[in-house]
Design a protein around this ligand. Structure first.
Ligand SMILES: Nc1nc2c(c(=O)[nH]1)N[C@H]1C(S)=C(S)[C@@H](COP(=O)(O)OP(=O)(O)OC[C@H]3O[C@@H](n4cnc5c(=O)[nH]c(N)nc54)[C@H](O)[C@@H]3O)O[C@H]1N2
Ligand SMILES: Nc1nc2c(c(=O)[nH]1)N[C@H]1C(S)=C(S)[C@@H](COP(=O)(O)OP(=O)(O)OC[C@H]3O[C@@H](n4cnc5c(=O)[nH]c(N)nc54)[C@H](O)[C@@H]3O)O[C@H]1N2
Ligand code: SF4
Ligand SMILES: [Mo]
Length: 690
């Protein structure tokens, strides 16, 4: 779309970052290539005029002096950072030639296009799959963020939707379970504040440490990481024991309440206290509070799923509102994701009509094992020898970073990284291509945290020679002979045709509307007509085998599944690598304000543990396990249990003496049954750094 503006003015957009909020934005536009302040749209009932600080000052990121502006060719050894500027034609020719040569030698599956949600815009994020499918390249199992939550939610509820998140303003009790919306979903805090002000709603936070959310909560349960299944079971034990269970509701809406009740008889608060490290009284207090409030909304976060037993724990938590029947009440139930509401036809964007189901699927969270030829991943298939990476920074965000680095260092591996900044992944590339930001291209956005389908037209001219993902894919498709309707049209046309094919208005009308609220009627969002499980019943006893292939040994009913990386004598601490406020995954680590705010990588350690270790505030400490060790700065902190440590933020490797990030310590072991990275499930040792 051409820019049709008189400057300065206000343009409309959508925040593309990987955040449940997908905020509707008002962007102050100062010139065809310059923005001013960014604000949350007042007229959107979810955004409600609120955005996070890092996006409010987006001018810092979009106009950052370190933005990439030209295609680059590696001239030194891999990872050296030595590059020379080249033209777009040469860059795309080189990438296409490498892909064709590698495929001729090893077969098409040797090429592994790799992406995630650096932008959540559907055209620019998912278009890479069109190239993949048309060319029969290796497929990607998307496990880095939501495989464990998906598995846990689908196990009981059956589909990805539920109550409207704005309803939290109408709740009497809000349980933020394994999430820290003060950092990760600021809009939710706005709606929670409304419930507290208008209804006197109580707020409970369930998190291994006293987060910003826990700090303002009425009750904080600081359990040991990976023990939520035990807490949920004990809470349900009390609900049955003390008459809070709604037997009529369960008879109508659940699979086998009698079996669940019998199973929970010995899952007592005492039993859970020994696993979670909580007091019996805290567990009793929480259960009674939950039982006494029908308008109780659980925000089931991502954090407590990032353990080996994460899917089991996630499912266990979603059982609570089924036991009390809270689902049936306005302001009651549980919130996960609404991505199942939008019903978009993704054929044009993703080339779903070209998928060859016989091509192999590689687990993105196991990029380290994959690139180092782990037989568990590669079997007798060809090695991965060529990659196109868009919208993700695996050299920082993926588990088992030591293996990721070894893999990306392979001389026989050709890597093209399309990026806005010279990330750690881009530094490892053979060819780096400069990417536009969301303000410089058109896209279409669904949301996980609310119900609006939104359009984000281009706001300013692209910086330098930056190109959008869609344009890069078109350029490669032409050179590779990849034929698909989606490669023949521009992004706006892709949006237009996708909307129309999905039964919505076209792109131009959508642009006038800005968003369409796809909120389901109350009956659907609250499962009044039954759960989307086939027979209408919530599953206390899930069929894990229907959800993922690695279901062996998963408990048949909610439980504590004892497969986590337990602390032991050599590794006495359980590490949680939680999101920081100013960084969004690895993004915004480049902006000066965010960087200044976060200061340096710190380890929160209980004062008693500090005393035992002989470390004080600001001391350098080493943290490690069999995968390696990094140096951090000690922060004595009493808002967690002894034997637990927290490191906030995915800092770039350059922030550590070892030149490698915290994910060096995180295992690439997939969580059952569907895979999923276990970022908060790591046993480590800590020692004073000499
Ligand atoms: N230790 C630890 N590790 C974690 C987590 C954790 O909690 N702890 N969280 C995990 C989770 S939940 C996730 S989702 C992953 C996310 O990890 P990533 O997917 O790497 O996340 P981002 O930093 O959001 O985005 C990556 C890159 O996308 C680029 N990008 C943005 N827009 C565009 C675009 O339009 N085109 C192109 N070509 N590039 C673009 C950005 O510049 C950025 O460098 O990290 C995971 N890693
Ligand atoms: N500022 C900021 N915003 C972000 C992100 C970011 O990095 N920074 N990341 C974005 C992305 S990609 C995502 S997926 C979302 C994630 O949003 P959240 O769901 O909030 O994030 P999580 O990584 O899932 O971690 C949240 C909390 O879970 C806690 N936690 C860890 N293990 C356990 C456990 O075993 N039990 C319990 N009860 N709690 C546990 C952590 O201590 C942490 O406080 O946020 C998005 N928004
Ligand atoms: S809260 Fe999330 S969606 Fe909203 S502006 Fe910030 S990062 Fe973007
Ligand atoms: Mo994520």
């Amino acid at each position: 779309m051409p820019l049709d503006a008189a400057f300065p003015d206000t343009a409309y957009s959508v925040c593309p970052h990987d955040c449940p909020s997908a905020c509707a934005l008002d962007v102050e536009r100062l010139a065809p290539d310059r923005i001013g302040a960014v604000r949350g749209a007042e007229g959107n009932r979810y955004t409600a005029g609120v955005v996070c600080a890092k996006v409010a000052r987006y001018a810092e990121r979009v106009h950052h002096p370190d933005r990439l502006t030209k295609p680059l060719l590696r001239t030194g050894p891999k990872g050296s950072g030595d590059f020379a500027e080249i033209g777009w034609d040469e860059a795309l020719d080189r990438v296409a030639d490498a892909f064709l040569a590698k495929a001729a030698r090893h077969g098409s599956e040797t090429v592994w296009p790799y992406y995630y949600a650096g932008t959540m815009g559907l055209v620019q994020r998912d278009g890479i799959n069109r190239l993949r499918h048309v060319m029969r390249y290796s497929r990607q199992l998307k496990t880095i963020c939501s495989a464990l939550t998906d598995a846990g939610w689908l196990a009981g509820v059956g589909a990805k939707y539920g109550p409207d998140s704005c309803e939290i303003a109408l709740s009497d009790l809000i349980v933020v379970w394994g999430s820290n919306p003060v950092h990760t979903q600021v809009n939710l805090m706005h709606h929670i504040a409304t419930a507290r002000k208008k209804r006197g709603a109580k707020l409970v936070a369930i998190d291994p440490y006293r987060t910003g959310t826990a700090k303002i909560a009425d009750l904080h349960l600081a359990l040991r990481p990976g023990t939520d299944g035990a807490l949920a079971c004990a809470a349900m034990h009390v609900l049955f024991r003390d008459g809070w269970a709604d037997r009529d509701y369960m008879a109508r809406y659940a699979d086998d309440p009698a079996r669940l009740e019998a199973h929970l008889v010995d899952r007592t608060p005492e039993w859970a206290a020994s696993i979670t490290g909580l007091d019996v009284e805290e567990i009793e207090e929480f259960a009674a509070l939950y039982g006494a409030n029908k308008r109780a909304m659980i925000r089931a976060g991502y954090g407590f799923s990032r353990s080996r037993n994460g899917a089991v724990n996630y499912h266990a938590v979603t059982c609570l509102p089924t036991v009390t029947g809270a689902w049936a009440h306005e302001g009651g139930g549980a919130l996960y994701s609404n991505s199942g509401l939008f019903g978009l036809d993704m054929r044009l964007i993703e080339g779903t009509d070209a998928v060859d189901r016989s091509t192999r699927v590689l687990d993105m969270s196991r990029i380290g094992p994959v690139l180092t030829g782990d037989p568990r991943d590669i079997g007798d298939g060809p090695p991965v020898t060529a990659m196109l990476i868009q919208n993700t920074n695996p050299m920082s965000v993926a588990p088992d970073l030591g293996r990721v680095r070894r893999g990306l260092s392979r001389d026989d591996l050709f890597v093209c990284v399309h990026e806005q900044f010279m990330t750690e992944t881009a530094r490892m590339a053979d060819i780096v291509l400069p990417a536009t930001t969301f303000l410089e291209h058109d896209d279409l956005y669904i949301s996980l945290g609310h119900t609006h389908l939104q359009i984000g037209p281009r706001v300013i001219e692209p910086l330098g020679e930056a190109r959008s993902n869609h344009e890069v894919l078109r350029g490669l498709a032409r050179r590779l002979g990849a034929d698909h309707e989606g490669f023949g049209i521009d992004a706006w046309q892709v949006i237009d045709r996708t909307l129309l094919a999905s039964g919505y208005c076209g792109a131009d009308e959508m642009r006038r509307k800005r968003w369409i609220d796809c909120a389901p009627p109350f009956e659907k969002g609250h499962f009044i007509e039954g759960f989307p499980t086939g027979d209408g019943r919530f599953r206390f006893a899930p069929d894990w085998s229907a959800i993922g292939p690695c279901h062996e040994g998963m408990p048949p009913l909610p439980d504590h599944h004892a497969i986590i990386d337990e602390a032991d004598e050599r590794h006495p601490f359980r590490l949680v690598t939680a999101p920081s406020r100013s960084f969004l995954n690895s993004s915004f680590t480049e902006t000066p304000t965010g960087r200044a705010h976060e200061d340096r990588p710190r380890a929160k350690i209980h004062p008693e543990d500090c005393r035992r270790l002989g470390v004080a505030e600001g001391d350098r400490v080493r943290m490690g396990n069999d995968r390696g060790a990094v140096t951090l700065f000690a922060e004595p902190f009493d808002g967690l249990q002894e034997g637990v440590t927290i490191v906030e933020g995915i800092w770039p490797g350059s922030a550590f003496e070892e030149e490698i990030g915290i994910n060096l310590l995180v295992s690439a072991e997939p969580g059952p049954p569907l895979g999923g990275a276990v970022f908060h499930d790591t046993a480590v040792w800590i020692a004073p750094a000499g």
